[in-house]
Design a protein around this ligand. Structure first.
Ligand code: 8YV
Length: 337
C-alpha cells in the first residue's frame, strides 16, 4: 500500500537523523534556523499543512488552536508533557493530539537522581574550584563537607512512569521512599520499592527530607507545592524539580531557602517569563540551589526515540489507525481509564 505524503510543519529543528527520516516519509517543512516561534509564526507555518509537530515552547492555547487552519488534523507533540496545548480546544476542533511518553523516562529519572545528589554533596561548587583557582593546597578534614543522602526520607509527588523510575534509583541509594499520587500503586510495587503511600500531600511534606516532583502540570497540580506546603516542610529539607516550574510557588521557595528554613533546591525547570528571577539566580550563585536549564531528558538517545515516536504517531494516524500515543481531554481520558 502506498502511503500518501502528508504535509507537515515542524516548529523546532530536530536531530539530523530524524529530520532526514521525516524528509523521506513526509512532505515536511522545517524552519531554516532553530528558535521558539511566536503564535503568528506558528499560524503562518501551519498554512496548508495537515500536521503540526510541536514542542513545549509552542503556546498552543485555545486562541491559537482556534486560529489554526482547517487543514491541520494532527498535533504531534515532540515531548512527554503537553501542558502547552489546550487539549480540550484541539479535541473540540476535531484535531488529534499525540505525545512521546516512555522514551524519556529513564534519562529524566537519572537527572532527578543526579540533582538529588548534586545539592547535598556540593557537586557544582566543588567542580568549580579547580578550574577557577588553577591550584589546590590539598585535602583537609573539613574540606567541602556536604550532607549524606543515605537514610533520608524521599517524598515523590506523582508516582507515574518517571516517579517510579526515580524511586527505583533512590532505593538503591538507601533512601526511604514515600509517595503521594493520584492513584495508589499496586501493593507489589510498593513492596518492591519499600514505598509508603500518603493519601494527603500535606501529610507527606511534613514527613520527608526531600520532595521530588514528578506530576504533570494541569489545573489540579498548578502550584501543588504552594507557600503553605513549603512552610510545613522539615527544617533543612530540600526540593527537586525536573517536571514543570508552575508546580512550585517559586517566590515562596526562594523565601524559605533565604530564611534558612529549607536547605535548598535542585531545579531543572524555573519560571522564565519575562526572565529568570534574579533572587533565584543569586541563590544558584551561592550554591544554595543547583540550577540546570531544562536538560533532564537531553540525551541524543532520548531525542532520537522521541523523533521516532512522533513519526510512528503520524504514520499510524494517516494509515487510519489509532496513533499509539494519543492524548485525550481529561473527561475522555477518565472514561478510557
Ligand atoms: C523535553 C519535557 O525536553 O518532554 C517533556 O515533557 O519536559 C522535556 O524533557 C521537552 O519538553 C520537549 O518538548
Amino acid at each position: 500500500m502506498t502511503l500518501s505524503r502528508p504535509k507537515i510543519f515542524v516548529t523546532r529543528r530536530l536531530p539530523a537523523q530524524i529530520e532526514a527520516r521525516m524528509t523521506t516519509l513526509f512532505d515536511v517543512t522545517f524552519k531554516p534556523v532553530d528558535g521558539a516561534l511566536s503564535a503568528d509564526a506558528i499560524i503562518d507555518g501551519a498554512a496548508g499543512m495537515s500536521v503540526l509537530v510541536s514542542s513545549i515552547n509552542d503556546p498552543l492555547d485555545a486562541d491559537l488552536i482556534a486560529r489554526l487552519p482547517e487543514s491541520i488534523k494532527l498535533i504531534a507533540q515532540f515531548g512527554n508533557g503537553y501542558d502547552n496545548i489546550d487539549i480540550e480546544a484541539a479535541y473540540t476542533r476535531g484535531m488529534t493530539v499525540t505525545n512521546t511518553p516512555s522514551v524519556l523516562t529513564e534519562d529524566t529519572a537519572d537527572m532527578a537522581m543526579m540533582l538529588m545528589l548534586a545539592l547535598p554533596r556540593r557537586l557544582v561548587e566543588g567542580a568549580e574550584v579547580l578550574p577557577r583557582e588553577g591550584e589546590w593546597p590539598g585535602w583537609s578534614p573539613n574540606w567541602m563537607l556536604g550532607r549524606r543522602l543515605r537514610g533520608k526520607a524521599l517524598g515523590i509527588v506523582g508516582m507515574g512512569r518517571i516517579g517510579t523510575a526515580v524511586a527505583q534509583r533512590a532505593r538503591t541509594f538507601g533512601l526511604n521512599i514515600h509517595y503521594f499520587s493520584r492513584n495508589r500503586r499496586p501493593p507489589q510495587l510498593e513492596e518492591a520499592l519499600g514505598a509508603t503511600y500518603w493519601d494527603s500531600l500535606d501529610g507527606l511534606v511534613e514527613a520527608v527530607d526531600i520532595i521530588s516532583l514528578h506530576t504533570p502540570l494541569n489545573r489540579g497540580t498548578m502550584k501543588i507545592l504552594d507557600a503553605g506546603r513549603l512552610a510545613r516542610m522539615r527544617q533543612d529539607a530540600f526540593v527537586v524539580n525536573v517536571s514543570r516550574p508552575e508546580l512550585i510557588d517559586e517566590k515562596a521557595l526562594i523565601a524559605e531557602i533565604r530564611s534558612g528554613h529549607l536547605y535548598g533546591a535542585a531545579l531543572d525547570v524555573f519560571e522564565n517569563r519575562p526572565g529568570i528571577n534574579p533572587d533565584l539566580l543569586q541563590l544558584a550563585r551561592e550554591h544554595r540551589i543547583v540550577l540546570t536549564a531544562h536538560m533532564a531528558s537531553a540525551t541524543l538517545e532520548a531525542r532520537l526515540e522521541m523523533g521516532e515516536t512522533v513519526i510512528v504517531n503520524i504514520r499510524a494516524f494517516f494509515d487510519g489507525a489509532q496513533p499509539p500515543h494519543r492524548v485525550l481531554p481529561e473527561h475522555k481520558a477518565k472514561l478510557a481509564r
